[in-house]
Design a binder for this molecule. Structure first.
Ligand code: FAD
Length: 345
């Protein structure tokens, strides 16, 4: 079958406990852009048990069509039935592009499915666009147009690689949550809903879930915060993060951190910003005692306003900051908190 027979941009609409994950909406937003460039439409693939009612929400965020596989076998995420369902949808409907969120589920599902449908997958993408693939991998064949160019950090974030999949379909990518922009939902939008059942034959890879123990979440979701007060190694100790908490409190913000702060055991990994942490886009991002390593900047450079406080005027964080304060954070942060308190009193 020719590659040109594969059509449409497909997005895996991840849900857990019948609640859609935000990354599904982000992928729909990006999917719409890609579909426009390819003159095609966007399909969400919704797998689960009793999930059909979520189709309208997917429509509001940009899905033209929703393929639903609704089966009790899909109640909780398990690799085998989910991979079977998604691979079957791909084999039946033949998408040109298949996007999956790089969540814990997506990182398991995406590669399993790409192996099953014998295509390539680029993991953990931070940028996707349609373009020309300059060199054909097979040799002296004509240049290929309208390829999905998938960009991701490589070699520990020291370089950026753009990868294409010119000779197989679908072109598959997992995409980091928080990187793509969702569209403003269109209330009342409707999508064509297609129900598909590939049939499930449980085998010894259908693990049995005996019990689900949910982690007690006491950390804020930094990806939703409008103001982030982020601290790094320069903060010096777990106790000293109190200075940042005080500042966050007057601003109605949330504390986050660099990897150095996590490695020192000062804050939990849920609060880490950067390439191996979360990608954030708050209205205001304070970088306090953070040097501005490329792996950190990758997770926060799209913030609307960046304010850096660092005692080293040559710190790279000042290259991405809108405002920079050179000096000792132990003096600047309490003074700033006090001034803001007075201002707001
Ligand atoms: P440092 O680089 O040590 O900087 C501390 C800063 O504090 C310095 O600039 C110093 O001048 C300043 N300072 C010290 N004392 C004071 C004071 N009293 N007042 C004011 N300023 C002061 N890092 C991340 O953050 N997120 C990631 O997701 C991430 N992923 C990574 C993935 C890979 C594969 C690799 C190899 C690295 C990754 N890193 C990540 C680590 C990254 O390279 C840096 O090591 C890390 O970001 C440094 O953290 P930092 O800026 O807090 O510490």
């Amino acid at each position: 079958m020719g590659l040109e027979e594969y059509k449409g941009v497909y997005v895996f609409a991840q849900q857990v406990d019948n609640v859609l994950d935000g990354v599904a909406f982000e992928l729909l937003g990006k999917g719409k852009d890609l579909a426009k460039d390819l003159n095609t439409d966007v399909t969400a693939v919704l797998l689960g048990s009793g999930v059909k009612g979520l189709a309208d929400q997917l429509a509001e965020y940009g899905a033209d069509r929703v393929i639903v596989v609704d089966d009790p076998e899909l109640k909780d995420y398990r690799t085998e039935p989910y991979a079977h369902a998604l691979a079957s949808v791909i084999n039946e409907y033949k998408p040109e592009i298949m996007l999956v969120g790089a969540t814990a589920i997506g990182r398991d599902l995406g590669p399993t499915v790409s192996a099953r449908v014998a295509t390539g997958l680029t993991a953990d993408c931070t940028k996707l666009e349609i373009g020309d693939f300059p060199i054909n991998a097979v040799g002296n064949q004509p240049q290929k147009h309208n390829q999905l160019l998938m960009t991701r950090p490589a070699f520990g974030g020291n370089t950026i690689a753009t990868i294409a999949c010119p000779d197989n379909r679908p072109q598959m990518a997992t995409v980091r949550p928080g990187v793509m922009q969702k569209i403003a939902p269109v209330k009342g939008a409707k999508a064509e809903v297609v129900e598909y059942n590939p049939g499930f034959t449980p085998n010894n890879r259908y693990v049995e879930i005996l019990n689900v123990v949910k982690a007690v979440k006491n950390t804020a979701n930094i990806m939703d915060a409008k103001i982030l007060v982020s601290g790094g190694r320069g903060v010096g100790s777990k106790e000293n993060f109190k200075l940042l908490e005080d500042l966050a409190e007057v601003l109605g913000g949330t504390v986050s951190c660099s990897r150095a702060a996590v490695e020192n055991g000062w804050l939990p990994v849920d609060l880490q910003v950067g390439q191996t942490g979360k990608t954030v886009r708050p209205q205001i991002y304070f970088a306090i005692g953070i040097s501005g390593a490329i792996q950190h900047v990758a997770g926060m450079e799209d913030s609307d306003l960046i304010i850096a406080i660092n005692k080293d005027e040559g710190a790279p964080i000042f290259d991405v900051a809108d405002y920079g304060l050179v000096g000792d954070l132990n003096k600047i942060v309490p003074a700033l908190t006090k001034a803001l308190k007075e201002e707001m009193a």
